[in-house]
Write a protein that binds this ligand. Structure first.
Ligand code: PLP
Length: 426
């Protein structure tokens, strides 16, 4: 095993496999893990990461992988970016915790000021910080009901918003997320992403728009298969919301913070939401989420909502460093290297009929196959070659790499991906 600290992992050759994967140490760890961890954890394949830098991850056997997962769209600035690590260390030496719900933690409002500055609407913003994406969704459901005095929420078939009770009531990407847990939150209806007629029917037959508090929608369906909206969908939704006094809540937990080449994916569609939700990439791997709302909506009373850890100082320090890096060049890199990946994948599609569709924005790219089995087989074939990608939807492989992915790494990834696709009968 060659995991000497002196190796510059971010620039090291990757993939570089020393054993078959999983190797012996990985297998031993998986055995230990199985005995004590919840069987609900949906492990995709037997990766046992030990350390990472940039777009490279090394497992416990010293095998190096090229990571196009980014810890599932989280490590936006790459694994353990030195500036982020330094910011966390500096903050850790000063203050590990003080509940920002109960007192005036300075770094909490520093982050909220930054989110106000970058919020994708003209009105000033007020923010509530959380530990995760699902908590940001929960906050939005509560605020939307509170601010409008209405009870109904409309979400999209195929969307994923999290696994806590409120958010899982909106989630409709896979039945297994809901099976066995009913009854879920009442007052939630689902419509079809991109289908104006379906929403019209919903309003006519099931729920009056005058009783709807919010439409919650991701700019791109994430877990649902990296599906882009049809032309005009968001203008249509904005129009419906304006007409009926409904709040447009945009879930950017996966698509936000520069991943698509703009700070917020909704900016590609020229529409301003009322509430935007962030998570995942916001703090490069530290637990943080945010509900960013137009200030005129944040009308709830003292004590109506809070959190012990949400916006903890370490995550806030990581978020400030992350945003600096994203605006300082990584968002541009996402656009450029995303273009390299997208074009390369389209060329592969011309040669490999197993690929049914290639789509995406920036570094949020989906590659669709004939069926679920083909997708799983390619995910595993890529893993065996040292390339980390992950399935989503029924039959789609997603590429959501760190925003630091280099052009040469993108080209290596394309080459390995094509080999993996070639291995599977299409
Ligand atoms: N919303 C979207 C669009 C997501 O992709 C996710 C997670 O994948 C969530 C919400 C939930 O975030 P978390 O897993 O941090 O609770």
């Amino acid at each position: 095993m060659s995991t000497a600290e002196s190796v510059d992992l971010a620039n090291a050759q990757a993939p570089r496999l020393l054993t078959q994967v999983p190797g012996p140490l990985a297998l031993a760890r998986i055995e230990r893990d199985r005995k004590v961890t919840s069987p609900s954890l949906p492990r995709a394949y037997p990766l046992v990461p030990a350390r990472g830098a940039g777009s490279v991850v090394e497992d416990v056997d010293g095998n190096r992988f090229l990571d196009l997962n980014a810890g599932i769209a989280v490590t936006s600035t790459g694994h353990s970016h030195p500036a982020v690590v330094e910011a966390i260390k500096r903050q850790a030496e000063q203050l590990l915790h003080y509940s920002a719900s109960d007192f005036y933690l300075p770094i909490y409002s520093d982050v909220c000021e930054e989110l106000d500055r970058i919020a994708p609407f003209k009105e000033d913003a007020k923010c509530f910080l959380t530990n995760s994406g699902t908590e940001a969704v929960e906050g939005a459901i509560k605020l939307a009901r509170y601010a409008t005095g209405r009870q109904y929420i409309i979400a999209m078939m195929g969307a994923f918003h999290g696994r806590s009770y409120g958010s899982v009531s909106l989630t409709a990407s896979k039945a297994k997320y809901r099976t066995g847990f009913g009854p879920l939150l009442p007052g939630v209806h689902h419509t079809v992403f991109g289908d104006e007629q379906h929403l019209d029917i919903l309003f006519k037959r099931l729920v009056s728009p005058s009783e709807v508090a919010a439409i919650v929608v991701g700019p791109i369906l994430g877990e649902g298969g990296y599906v882009l909206p049809p032309e005009g969908w968001f203008e249509y939704l904005r129009g419906v919301c304006d007409q009926h006094g409904i709040l447009l809540v945009v879930d950017e937990v996966q698509s936000g913070m520069g991943r698509t080449g703009k700070l917020w994916a909704i900016e590609h569609f020229g529409v301003e939401p009322d509430i935007v939700l962030a998570g995942k990439g916001i703090a490069s791997g530290m637990p943080l989420g945010a509900m960013i709302a137009r200030e005129s909506l944040m009308i709830w009373d003292v004590g109506a909502h809070g959190s012990t850890y949400g916006g903890n100082p370490l995550s806030c320090a990581a978020a400030l460093a992350t945003l600096d890096l994203i605006e300082g060049g990584l968002m541009d890199n996402a656009r450029e290297v995303g273009g390299v990946l997208l074009e390369g994948l389209r060329r592969i599609q011309d040669r490999r009929p197993a690929i049914r569709d290639v789509r995406g924005l920036g570094l949020m790219i989906g590659i669709q196959f004939a069926d679920h089995d083909a997708m799983v087989a390619i995910e595993h074939a890529a893993f065996r070659r040292g390339l980390l990608v992950l399935g989503c939807g029924d039959d789609v492989i997603r590429m959501s790499p760190p925003l630091v992915l280099r052009r040469d790494q993108a080209e290596t990834a394309l080459q390995i991906f094509e080999e993996a696709v070639a291995e599977v009968p299409g």
